[in-house]
Ligand binder design. Structure first.
Ligand SMILES: *[C@@H]1O[C@H](CO)[C@@H](O)[C@H](O)[C@H]1NC(C)=O
Ligand SMILES: *[C@@H]1O[C@H](CO)[C@@H](O)[C@H](O)[C@H]1NC(C)=O
Length: 501
């Protein structure tokens, strides 16, 4: 009975300190926005940011409490090893929050790694070691050294940074329902100093798909999952009294297989909280949507072209997006238009290079969620400042394609995008959105390590803009696309999120 109290108190302290930190942070963000807004408007348009530090905005991107991490003997914890790009980290965090809630353990939330050089999956011991050394302690001088003369310990210093998850998404309501601990210094003290007496249950994976966590007893003769090797009962974890349960990879939207209705409800509740709640992102994305004619006045696409498997199929990716976007644009003007035969006929006309090709197989599935565009396509586009000076389609049959189209892509110069430009005279890329609010985002500097946040926030901004379109089309197999289509767009339009896995 007696040892319950300190536990509850410490959890309460953890929640309370998160809340205080969150409110102090929002207060300062608000103060910042208020005090800096007029300043930003006076910066003349079109001028590149000067090479000096002038105009940079130094901000705190994490809990500012200086409370150092210490194990509380009466508290039980869950930790995991994050890896890979932003969206894979986000999915892992969702899974971890769900597991921690089911296990009634405090989740040790890692920082979000942003950057070009995030770790890909490594075996447990290796990833553990990489994360322990991923902090920037002792390297802060690197932020002051110009990169051309930087000493070896500073190489790559500016290629990545860490922010607290609750700087990006609002986890305060999750923290009211389950204990979570964010650490201050963007390090992993729980990895560096594991609990005393080695009171740990470690699940050391050797591949990214070793363990799938299930909330039932797997039948001994059950066919194995095509991807995951072992179905690991959550009940086995729940039976452990170890102070820390240390898991490896938790990424993958099929990582948890839940049959219990309460568990599934908890997962939905947690996934729904994963929309961006960052004031800088919000401000910049609203300004961008406004330049595109306003929320629900434009179409959006996420076209992933760079790297790995996406590089090899650029033409096909753009072609499938083309079919879906043209179908959407036609339907926005006339709900019974936009069948695949009609789109195919337009393709033969507007993209002569594809004239001999049969329609892509994916063109049979042109079912895209959309809301009615706020202004009729063809009428609204002329009012969008981002479309000023474009050559419109004059012909009545093509008028629907005059709708502004925002294309978020990791390769803005790709010749593969030409068919989209041919169909949509007002195709707008991130680089075309020269707006003071967008530049303000680009000037943010992480106070913790002096690294510019702007380049790392651009993809998140693109996602936040696309979510405000009247319809959004993504790239098959991209977790970024899935985030925009299944979560951000749905939330932005007051709909239920779409769940896969
Ligand atoms: C979770 O843990 C707390 C503290 O040990 C305990 O009071 C509570 O009953 C637990 N909840 C469940 C559902 O087991
Ligand atoms: C809407 O599209 C359908 C199918 O293409 C067509 O038959 C109909 O005439 C169109 N309506 C208008 C008002 O253009």
């Amino acid at each position: 009975m007696n040892n319950r109290r300190p536990l509850r108190n410490s959890r309460f302290a953890c929640i309370l300190s998160s809340l205080i930190v969150a409110s102090v942070a929002s207060f300062f963000s608000a103060l910042f926005l208020l005090s800096h807004h007029p300043l930003e408007l006076t910066i003349p348009g079109g001028h590149p940011t000067s090479a000096s530090d002038d105009g940079l905005t130094i901000i705190h991107v994490g809990p500012s409490s200086k409370r150092s991490f210490a194990w509380n003997p009466s508290e039980r914890y869950l930790a995991y090893l994050p890896h890979s790009g932003f969206h894979n980290q986000r999915i892992a965090l969702e899974n971890a929050l769900v597991l921690a809630r089911i296990l009634n353990r405090t989740l040790l939330v890692p920082p979000a790694h942003l950057g070009n050089n995030v770790f890909s999956y490594h075996k447990f011991d290796e990833l553990y070691r990489l994360l322990v050394h991923s902090g920037k302690q002792g390297l802060l001088h690197c932020s002051k050294v110009p990169s051309r003369i930087s000493p070896p310990e500073c190489w790559g210093y500016h290629d990545y940074t860490h922010v607290s998850w609750d700087w990006l998404v609002d986890l305060s309501s999750v923290a009211l329902e389950q204990p979570v601990c964010h650490h201050v210094l963007f390090t992993y003290p729980w990895l560096e100093n594991p609990p005393p007496d080695a009171d740990i249950l470690e699940l050391r994976d050797q591949t990214a798909y070793d363990f799938r966590f299930v909330d039932y007893t797997p039948a001994p003769d059950a066919p194995s999952h095509p991807r995951y090797h072992t179905a690991y009962p959550i009940a086995t974890l729940a039976a452990s009294d170890a102070q820390l349960i240390q898991l490896g990879s938790l990424f993958g939207s099929a990582r948890l297989h839940l049959s219990d209705r309460g568990h599934r409800t908890a997962r939905t509740a947690i996934r729904e909280r994963m929309a961006f709640a960052n004031p800088y992102l919000r401000r910049a994305s609203l300004a961008a949507a406004h330049a595109l004619g306003g929320p629900d006045a434009f179409l959006a696409a996420h076209v992933r072209l760079a790297n790995g498997p996406f590089l090899a199929v650029q033409t096909q990716t753009v072609r499938v997006a083309w079919y879906r976007l043209v179908a959407c644009a036609l339907r926005g003007a006339n709900a019974s238009a936009g069948g695949s035969a009609q789109v195919h006929a337009l393709e033969r006309r507007l993209v002569p290079a594809n004239a001999e090709l049969p329609p892509p197989r994916e063109a049979l599935r042109l079912d895209i969620d959309y809301v009615s565009p706020v202004a009729p396509p063809g009428g609204g586009a002329m009012g969008a400042s981002a479309c000023a000076g474009k050559q419109w389609h004059e012909e009545h049959a093509l008028a629907a394609l005059n709708v502004p189209l925002f294309v978020a892509t990791d390769m803005e110069d790709a010749p593969a995008l030409a068919p989209l430009r041919a169909a949509f005279p007002c195709m707008v890329l991130m680089k075309d959105l020269v707006l003071s609010e967008v530049r303000a985002l680009g000037r943010l500097v992480n106070a913790e390590d002096g690294v510019r946040l702007g380049p790392f926030l651009v993809p998140l901004l693109e996602a936040a803009i696309a979510a405000q379109a009247w319809a959004v089309v993504g790239t098959e197999g991209s977790t970024f696309s899935a985030y925009v289509e299944d979560l951000l767009w749905q939330r932005e339009h007051g709909r239920q999120i779409v769940q896969r896995g």
